[in-house]
Design a protein around this ligand. Sequence first.
Ligand code: GTP
Ligand code: MG
Ligand code: ZN
Length: 373
Amino acid sequence: MTDLLAYGFPQEFLPPEGSPALPARVTAVFKERFQLMTQEGEHYGRLKTKEYLYDGGRKFPTTGDYVLALPAAGDWQIVETLPRRSFFSRIDSWHGTEQAVAANMDVVFAVQSLNENFSPKRLERYLTLSWNSGARPVVLLTKLDLPGDHGEQIATARKTAGKVPVVALSAKTGEGMDRLLPYLAPGTTAAFLGSSGVGKSSLINRLWEDSFSAAQPGSAEETASPPGIPRERMATGSVREKDGMGRHTTTHRQLLRLPSGVLLIDTPGMRELGMWDSLDGLSEAFPDVEQYLGQCRFSDCRHENEPGCAVRAALASGELDPGRWESYKVLNWESRHSHHLSTVRMKQGQPSKALAKARRQEKKYRKNFSEPY
Ligand SMILES: Nc1nc2c(ncn2[C@@H]2O[C@H](COP(=O)(O)OP(=O)(O)OP(=O)(O)O)[C@@H](O)[C@H]2O)c(=O)[nH]1
Ligand SMILES: [Mg+2]
Ligand SMILES: [Zn+2]
């Protein structure tokens, strides 16, 4: 019998003995099928139509979710998504809807590699959404072994990250891997997020291997794979020479448990990372900007040419970095816009003229920002 508590399942959510629906954690999502870790090992599940489509109000599960499911000979029937302690989502810019990425993480690793992939602007996006998720963000700068002096990129990342820890490491040589340990206590769930090719799966493989070699010889952890999960590595892929971009090797989100008891969620590289309802995350990620808001003479100050504008004054005196102010404006606008897109869509039922107009406005707004997001 699998111990679900070892999969992070909170004790207080365990249903009483004899309940028809059993607890499970979603370890992967494949279109309409869900891979589940249950007390009876690994099973697949589908959403029970009545509960999810007709009754409404239930959140569709994503990788990392805790659910209740009715056992069956074939696919189990998922009847409930239990409350989340954290949830990472972004906007699906085509449909204007929220796209779930992972749930119930304690830590979000925002991963960038120390080469052409490194981008402080993209890092700001990851940090905003990570803060917003409710989990603790940590920045990982990978491929420390690549030739060159990485001091400047590391310093830039530290500046951008503010109070968020920044760890530079190499999955190839193992340098810096030990600095991850404080974030990987047994029972912790950590998600790896970042562009394709930055080395998320390679890091997970390294932790997987190190975890096996660290297990005591002859112990249960050393000899047995975690129940239901083969002792295999995540697939990794090559990157393009020119820009260090990966080829989208990982195709689905997968939660796996290492023998050390830590739970890791590997995710496919994200091409775009649009804000979804992220104003809370924005406050956390941009305290240097937010401190001036509300200080202007006029409460409806647009921070353009109004007299007594605290933001303009801080920019003029050099106290506020203009790049940070620009980033803040873009992310703030997108966060508010995400509501607009979804409201328009919900009203119309389908992508509509209003949605198309909103997209055109968005495109126009973004024109000045060459950085891919
Ligand atoms: N030099 C060096 N290369 C690395 C390191 N980590 C990963 N790589 C290489 O980077 C490439 C991409 O690694 P992956 O682990 O597949 O990247 P990923 O982030 O999982 O990419 P997706 O699954 O596409 O999102 C592979 O060729 C790896 O061998 C590292 O620490 N140093
Ligand atoms: Mg991968
Ligand atoms: Zn102002």
